[in-house]
Structures are given as structure tokens and as C-alpha cells.
Design a protein around this ligand. Structure first.
Ligand SMILES: Cc1cc2nc3c(=O)[nH]c(=O)nc-3n(C[C@H](O)[C@H](O)[C@H](O)COP(=O)(O)OP(=O)(O)OC[C@H]3O[C@@H](n4cnc5c(N)ncnc54)[C@H](O)[C@@H]3O)c2cc1C
Ligand SMILES: NC(=O)C1=CN([C@@H]2O[C@H](COP(=O)(O)OP(=O)(O)OC[C@H]3O[C@@H](n4cnc5c(N)ncnc54)[C@H](OP(=O)(O)O)[C@@H]3O)[C@@H](O)[C@H]2O)C=CC1
Ligand code: HEM
Length: 535
């Protein structure tokens, strides 16, 4: 197992252990503690089954927001001493989803247990009033009551909609259901905005949870009462509680709410996160250049005062004139050393099409366009002046999928389609460092890029051809080996390629290294690399 896998396993084991501790200690507490002797008589084990998941919910609701506080993650990434721990930060969304499903499971157990509790609170009244312990316990009134259903007309449903715990529990459950259903992969992939807007119910969810314990509905015998009313002695003398001095009427008190203490910090952190995003959205970012590339790729070059990024990080872009609430992630294709930052946007849906339109490229990216002809036409068109381009807000940079590249002698980079963008940044930065003679541990990059159509290569091939010749010029041709795989092609292309296979440079890219066809055999590729670098 790699260091990264070991650290993931250790983190999961630690998280499970902490959950196990909270569940077992809380279950044992409510199942055995003297102060809940009478509460258990009324609720039996449903008390412990409601409280134990609640203890774990506190812990997981504390954690749930942390992986989606992107700026917090960036700070952690900056101070994180080792690469494999930094890798954990890149799995933030997976962590968030694991926590969310854990919250869902714990919530389900908690709700089921509380349904039993409400039934048993109601049932305690219906027992024959005069000769049952539960009847005697239910008739205790004043502040020291035990049964939160204060009279025999109260039903479980009525209790659910007239108590703070019930109302906040129902609101939180409805929010949770909507959050979960809109977070399904199918919804996120097909209706991202629906997912995104529904996800804002998380604010209501957390506020409801913060007030959930306010009603102090779970009650135990007070320490003072325990001193002069020992349940082991008095429980069967309920008929003359109060009249004799050895068994005065037991008094009860509700558990003080705890959840708000657990979730206050992550809620404040997340609020700061959104505040910072709002502040950044006001900052001026200039689009200095817009380039139309084939295969429906739009390149934006931007400038923002004080902007610094690592290789292959990503930013969120928002075009207020397009959709003021939508932020879309795009990877930086510029190198940290460049005096601008750039993104290559593949026009795939409504927002990216809107972006093409506001950048004056409506027809180039109409359905089916955005290919070489469209871009040629664009080159002949009068350019929009930068002041005509839309105001764009930038949040970030975030993430660091590629910054480990420079920490090894040899790095293998694998990308599919537009997923190559982080490596554009890596290759540019490698060139900058090599050409400046900056100290560089990295001596070899293997790039594997898989694409469906030849057009997809065009915007990136310029960079590869330039890099290949520049590295040759400085006597470092071996620094970069790229393996390009065309995974979908038509007959004409196949014929065209076959007829020119002897050509020195690649038919598609114009580079010395030739394009391969179909998906790579990873076993063969990796064995080749192992053989080459063994020892
Ligand atoms: C970390 C990261 C880096 C990315 N880097 C690039 C890049 O360098 N170049 C590039 O072309 N694309 C990149 N993408 C993908 C890009 O964000 C989406 O293609 C774009 O948001 C689609 O928006 P749309 O409304 O035009 O398409 P839609 O048709 O609405 O959506 C197409 C796909 O993008 C997803 N998507 C839609 N809106 C968002 C959003 N606001 N946030 C996240 N995902 C969304 C949808 O789930 C769907 O799977 C990256 C995505 C991520 C998560
Ligand atoms: N992490 C990041 O920084 C970034 C991530 N992205 C993401 O990258 C993705 C790229 O999308 P797009 O441009 O549409 O890509 P395409 O779907 O157009 O191309 C994907 C390529 O990868 C190949 N491929 C896919 N899966 C495998 C596999 N398991 N093994 C081998 N080859 C595979 C495909 O081969 P075949 O034709 O045989 O299916 C195809 O050639 C998007 O989801 C985008 O969100 C984008 C930019 C940055
Ligand atoms: C209790 C339930 C949940 C709560 C309270 C919650 C809360 C949040 C919050 C506050 C964000 C941050 C949004 C932002 O500012 O970027 C977020 C992001 C996200 N959540 Fe959840 N979530 C929950 C459940 C889920 C589930 C079940 C999934 C998927 C299975 C999910 C997937 C995501 C994803 C993918 C993001 C990142 C969105 C982005 O950054 O583009 N969430 N969630």
C-alpha cells in the first residue's frame, strides 16, 4: 500500500473508532446510569438507541462542513508537511459524501428510536392510573416532570408538531431528504444547478439541528432527588411516593442541549467561507485575452491583483451578467511563473455556452461548430475589446492534483480529454524551470493523454510541439515523453494516418513522438516504465 493509501486507511479507522467510542459510551450511559432508571422503565432500550446515534451525529455534523470549506482546505494544504496527507485533502468531496451518508444512517436510527419513545411516553398514560409505576411517573408534574407528554390526550403526532424537538426534527429530516435526493449522481450530472440550489437547504438543516435539543425532552432524575429517592428501593412503593419520607416524589430534569456546541464552529467557518467568496466576487478580474480553439475549447487569459497559484490548481469562475449564483470550476493551464492565469474551457453545456456568447463567440460554438473552421472564422472577426468582455469573478485557487509532480525524479501524468488541463500548467512550469536552470528534482515526465477526436489535440499540440523543440534546443529532449492515444476515429482518418505512417513527424500533432490509437494497455505501459526505471 502507498503512503497515501495507508494514511487514508488510518484516517478511516480513526474516524470509525471515534464513532464507535461515542456510540458505545453513550449507549452504555443511558442503558445503565442510575439517573435514567425510571426513564428506562418508561422507554426501555429505545432511550439508548435514540441517544447513541445522536452522540455520533454531533461528531459527524461537526466534520461534515469541513471538507467543503475550500479556503480552509487550501490553508491546510499550505501548512501540510507531507504529500500523502495533502492527498487526503484532494478527496474532500468523497469525505463529505461519506460523512453525509453516515449522518443519514444515524438520523434514521435516531428517528426510529424516537418513534418508539413517543409511543411509550403516550402508552405510559394509558396504563391503569392507580396501580402502575408508569402511571405514577407520568402524573409527576411541575418542573420535575418525567413524561414530556404532559397529559393523556397528547398523541405522538401531536407531540411531534407541538414540541421544539419535534418541529426542528421534522424540518431537519425534510431538508436532509431533499439534500440527499438532489445529490444523487444522476441529478448532479444532469441538473447541477438543481443540486447546487437545493444544497443551500443545508443552512436550514443546521439551524434546525442547533435548536433540536432546546426542549430538553430526554429527562433523568436530578442528583438531589437521587440522594433521598433511591429507585432500587422506591420503584415498587410508587403508591405512597411523597407521603413517606424514605421515598419522596422523584424529580427529573432535561438534558442540556449539546449539539449547538458541536456545530457552531463549522457553521461559522462555512459562513466565513461564503463571505470570502462573496468578497472575492467583488474583486476586479480583467480578461486580457480570449482565444477560440478547435474542439469547442475556449481559452481565457485573466489577470487579478495578488493572484498566486500552484501548478494545476483550479479556480471557480462566476459571470454575474450570465448567472450571478453559479460558480464553475476550471483548471489553471498557465504556469505559476506566468504574469497572467489562463483556463481552457470546453463548451459542454448551458453555462459554458453562455460564456462563449458573452465572449463574442456565439456562432463559433453553436451546436456542432467550435471546430477548426469556426475558429478560422473567428480569427478573421474583429476582436471584442477587453472592456466589452464580461466582468468575471474568480474564487480560488484551490486543490493541488498536480503539484506533487515536482517532488519526484520521474512523474507519470495521465489525462482524458479536457482533463489534461492541469498538465498544461505542469508542462509550462517545467519548461520555465528547466529553461531558467532552476533547481529541479524532476528529470522525467511521462504524459499519457487520451482523446476522442483529433481536434481536441490542436489547442494542446501547439504547447507540446513548442516544448519538444525548446527542450531539444537546450539539450534536454529526454525530459518529456508523451504518449497520445486517439480513442475514436473514422475511416478517412485511419486511411489518412496509415498512408503517412512513415512520415517523420506525427500526422496529427506534428510532433516527433507518434500518436497511438485506441485505449492504452496499461499493463504494458506500466511494465515498460518499471523496466526502464527499475533499480
Ligand atoms: C476540479 C474541476 C476542474 C475542472 N476543470 C475544467 C477545465 O479545466 N476545463 C473544462 O472545460 N472543464 C473543467 N471542469 C468541468 C467544468 O466545471 C464543467 O464542464 C462546467 O462546469 C460545465 O458547465 P455547463 O453548465 O456548461 O455544463 P452542464 O451541461 O450544466 O454540466 C456538464 C457537467 O459539468 C458539471 N457541472 C455543471 N455545473 C457545475 C458546477 N457549477 N460545478 C461543478 N461541476 C459542474 C455537471 O455536473 C455535468 O457533469 C472541471 C471540473 C472540476 C470539478
Ligand atoms: N481534475 C481536473 O483538474 C480536471 C478534470 N476535468 C474532467 O475531465 C473529464 C474530461 O472530460 P472530456 O473532455 O469530456 O473527456 P472525453 O470523454 O471527451 O474523453 C475522455 C477520454 O478518456 C478516455 N477514457 C475514459 N475513461 C477511460 C479509462 N477508464 N481508461 C482509459 N481511457 C479512458 C476516453 O476513451 P474512450 O473514447 O475509449 O471512451 C476518451 O478518449 C471531465 O469529466 C472533466 O470534468 C476537466 C478538467 C480538469
Ligand atoms: C446532511 C446533508 C448535507 C449537507 C448539510 C451538505 C452541505 C454541503 C455544503 C454546505 C456544501 C458547500 C457548498 C459550497 O459552498 O461549495 C456542500 C458541497 C457539496 N456537497 Fe453536500 N451536503 C450534504 C449532503 C451531501 C450528499 C448526500 C452529497 C452527495 C452524495 C453531497 C455532495 C456535495 C458535493 C459534490 C459538494 C461540492 C459542490 C461544489 O463544490 O461544487 N452533499 N455540501
Amino acid at each position: 500500500m502507498s503512503a497515501s493509501e495507508i494514511s487514508t486507511a488510518l484516517l478511516v479507522v480513526a474516524w470509525l473508532a471515534i464513532n464507535g467510542y461515542f456510540f458505545i459510551s453513550s449507549f452504555y450511559h443511558f442503558e445503565n446510569k442510575e439517573e435514567y432508571f425510571y426513564t428506562r422503565k418508561m422507554l426501555k432500550s429505545a432511550l439508548a438507541w435514540a441517544r447513541a446515534p445522536a452522540a455520533c451525529l454531533n461528531f459527524n455534523l461537526f466534520l461534515l462542513l469541513l471538507p467543503v470549506c475550500r479556503n480552509l482546505l487550501s490553508v491546510c494544504r499550505g501548512i501540510c508537511p507531507c504529500q500523502f496527507l495533502r492527498h487526503q485533502l484532494d478527496d474532500n468531496i468523497i469525505c463529505h459524501q461519506l460523512l453525509a451518508w453516515t449522518v443519514t444512517l444515524l438520523t434514521a436510527v435516531h428517528i426510529i428510536a424516537h418513534v418508539f419513545n413517543l409511543e411509550r411516553y403516550a402508552g405510559a398514560w394509558s396504563a391503569d392510573e392507580n396501580n402502575t409505576l408508569l402511571g405514577a411517573l407520568s402524573r409527576i408534574d411541575g418542573n420535575g416532570y418525567l413524561n414530556p407528554m404532559r397529559n393523556e390526550n397528547m398523541t405522538p403526532l401531536l407531540a411531534s408538531v407541538t414540541t421544539v424537538a419535534g418541529i426542528t426534527g421534522i424540518v431537519a429530516t425534510i431538508c436532509l431528504f431533499l439534500l440527499l435526493s438532489s445529490s444523487m449522481t444522476l441529478i448532479r450530472r444532469s441538473f447541477f444547478e438543481l443540486f447546487w440550489l437545493t444544497h443551500h437547504l443545508s443552512a436550514i438543516f443546521y439551524i434546525a439541528i442547533a435548536f433540536h435539543g432546546y426542549g430538553r425532552i430526554v429527562r433523568g432524575q436530578t442528583p438531589e432527588s437521587l440522594k433521598n429517592h433511591d429507585p432500587d428501593i422506591c420503584s415498587d412503593k410508587f403508591n405512597n411516593w411523597g407521603s413517606n419520607t424514605t421515598c419522596p416524589l422523584p424529580q427529573f430534569v432535561g438534558l442540556p442541549p449539546k449539539t449547538w456546541k458541536w456545530i457552531l464552529a463549522p457553521m461559522v467557518l462555512y459562513a466565513l467561507e461564503r463571505g470570502l467568496r462573496f468578497y472575492r466576487a467583488q474583486q476586479t478580474v480583467a480578461i486580457t485575452r480570449v482565444v477560440c480553439h478547435p474542439s469547442r475549447v475556449l481559452e481565457l487569459r485573466l489577470r487579478k491583483r495578488g493572484f498566486h497559484a500552484g501548478v494545476g490548481q483550479y479556480v471557480f469562475l462566476c459571470i454575474p451578467s450570465l448567472r450571478s449564483l453559479e460558480w464553475h470550476p476550471f483548471t489553471l493551464t498557465s504556469a505559476p511563473e506566468d504574469d497572467y492565469f489562463s483556463v481552457h474551457v470546453r463548451v459542454v453545456g448551458d453555462w459554458t455556452e453562455g460564456l462563449a456568447k458573452v465572449c463574442g463567440m456565439a456562432e463559433e460554438f453553436e451546436e456542432g461548430a467550435g471546430n477548426a473552421e469556426g475558429c478560422e472564422r473567428h480569427k478573421r472577426k474583429p476582436k471584442l475589446d477587453t472592456w466589452q468582455l464580461p466582468f468575471v469573478a474568480v474564487d480560488g485557487p484551490f486543490g493541488s492534483p498536480a503539484d506533487a509532480v515536482f517532488e519526484y525524479n520521474t512523474s507519470v501524468c495521465i489525462a482524458g480529454g479536457i482533463g489534461v488541463t492541469p498538465f498544461a500548467s505542469v508542462l509550462k512550469s517545467t519548461w520555465n524551470r528547466v529553461s531558467r536552470g532552476s533547481p529541479l528534482k524532476l528529470s522525467k515526465i511521462y504524459l499519457f493523454w487520451l482523446c476522442r477526436d483529433t481536434h481536441a489535440f490542436e489547442w494542446f499540440s501547439e504547447l507540446l510541439v513548442a516544448l519538444e523543440s525548446q527542450l531539444t534546443d537546450i539539450g534536454r529532449p529526454e525530459t518529456l515523453e508523451y504518449n497520445i492515444f486517439l480513442t475514436a476515429w473514422d475511416e478517412n482518418q485511419a486511411l489518412h494516418i496509415a498512408m503517412r505512417h512513415e512520415q517523420e513527424t506525427d500526422v496529427i500533432l506534428g510532433t516527433k513522438q507518434k500518436t497511438s490509437f485506441g485505449r492504452p494497455s496499461w499493463d504494458r505501459e506500466f511494465s515498460r516504465l518499471v523496466e526502464k526505471h527499475q533499480g
